[in-house]
Design a protein. Structure first.
Length: 448
């Protein structure tokens, strides 16, 4: 006798096809994101990502972006596919006399998820950037391809460079140790003396290497060979610094505006402030209501100390849609304009979305102190310290901030411990004097 929860072969095939198609359509937005595609492939090529990144990079090496995107689509679709299959199985197994109604509901769910995926992937109002020139340092890599010798890159540059410059990735100096050198010109010089660099490529999060950029701009034995929207390239020698480039042709005013806004931030990083302001104003004139432009304009205003303007631009950017850059800039500008409670609320919200982001953790600690939430400050700094240790990054400054937080809360033992741990890392003379003075103050207060 046929069981009530049996289903025909045709019905099983339909369920599998519906689950698979829904998964593929739901994953369309993931594949459409070219920035994520570059990072996935780059991490895989550098062996610093997950096993999925490694497989995507392998597919990319065999069949280019097309095969890499196909594998990314499969990975993104798989959770939907398996989840819907499980849901269908549960309905068939336990649906009882309501099975047909429940099956109809699951098919409607498939239709809804598929429609949302198609809409987000193909017709979303927020158009993702697709031009590689706006996503990766393509021209910097092209300039470097004819050069020989060892290349230094800041950590976030590696995944962006690898898909376009795999031929010289094996002679780059990047990764965790590069974080230390990018922040310490003295350590960078020591490494350069041991095994000389022929080029320094800074891209991605350019601010990671701000101290090194300043040092190289002032160095007589290095020159700025190229500065564009994606970063800076320094070469060994005494040639004149590059001060401007011709703006490429783009198919839309928005793409040109994004290029100019990106370019303006890198000009500011190299201390070409007047040119940076000019380029950003041009970008705003082309697409002054676009999120990509406003969020970068806010960042430029902040770097120039125009905090009220930065706040307004970040808020305007968020009117179009939410985004990490604008949310961070809004929280930072609220802090700098002394709206302490609002800035702390903003970083608390950001921290829920990005709990492992060191930049947000540091800002959250700052807003917590300003809002006099000292326990929250300590908690954020302790987590920041844990992340820095895991990534083998400098921790002296974090120990100092943590010691100050403990001292503010009235815990001298913990404060002294944090200060002594900072001293154990042999900080520069100025910081050593600061730490010893703080220790002396705490110990004197304990004797009263």
């Amino acid at each position: 006798m046929r069981k009530t929860n049996d289903i025909s072969v045709g019905g099983k095939v339909l369920i599998v096809l519906a689950s698979a198609l829904t998964g593929l359509l739901a994953a369309l937005p993931v594949v459409r994101d070219r920035a994520d595609a570059i990072r996935d492939v780059g991490r895989g090529l550098l062996s610093i990502g997950s096993w999925r990144d490694a497989l995507v990079a392998f597919a990319f090496q065999i069949g280019g972006w097309g095969l890499g995107d196909f594998l990314r689509l499969i990975f993104a679709a798989m959770p939907w596919f398996l989840g819907l299959l499980l849901l269908f199985w549960g309905v068939v197994r336990w649906g009882g006399r309501f099975r047909r109604v429940c099956l109809g509901g699951v098919f409607l769910l498939c239709l809804g998820v598929s429609s949302l995926g198609v809409w987000s992937g193909l017709f979303s109002a927020t158009r993702p950037i697709s031009d590689f020139r706006l996503l990766a340092p393509v021209q910097l890599v092209e300039t470097l391809k004819g050069k020989s010798g060892r290349v230094f890159m800041n950590p976030s540059a590696g995944p962006l460079v690898a898909p376009f410059g795999i031929s010289f990735v094996d002679r780059t100096f990047t990764g965790k140790q590069a974080s230390l050198l990018a922040q310490s010109p003295e350590d960078w010089r020591n490494e350069n003396r041991a095994v000389p660099f022929s080029a320094v490529l800074i891209a991605g999060r350019v601010h990671e290497a701000s101290p090194l950029i300043r040092h190289l701009r002032e160095s007589p034995d290095w020159y700025l060979a190229r500065l564009d929207n994606q970063g800076l390239l320094f070469l060994r020698g005494t040639n004149p610094d590059a001060t401007a480039i011709s703006i490429p042709e783009f198919s839309s005013p928005r793409d040109r505006a994004i290029f100019l806004a990106q370019y303006a931030l890198n000009l500011e990083a190299a201390d070409f402030q007047m040119l940076a302001t000019s380029r950003m104003e041009e970008a705003l004139s082309l697409a002054g209501k676009d999120y990509e432009i406003l969020s970068r304009a806010s960042s430029l205003s902040a770097s120039q100390g125009k905090w009220e303007r930065a706040r307004k631009q970040a808020a305007a950017a968020l009117e179009s849609h939410a985004g990490y850059e604008a949310e961070y800039m809004l929280a930072l500008s609220l802090l700098e304009t002394q709206a302490f409670e609002k800035s702390h609320e903003a970083t608390s919200k950001l921290l829920k979305e990005y709990p492992e982001d060191s930049q947000i953790l540091l800002l959250h600690a700052r807003t917590a102190r300003a809002a006099r939430e000292f326990a929250e400050e300590t908690k954020a700094l302790e987590k920041l310290l844990k992340l820095a240790r895991a990534n083998q990054l400098p921790t002296v400054r974090i120990h100092i901030l943590l010691a100050q937080s403990w001292a503010q809360r009235g815990f001298p033992v913990q404060a002294l411990s944090a200060y002594k741990m900072a001293l154990a890392e042999a900080p520069p003379d100025a910081e050593t004097r600061e730490i010893r003075a703080a220790i002396a103050t705490i110990e004197a207060n304990r004797l009263k």
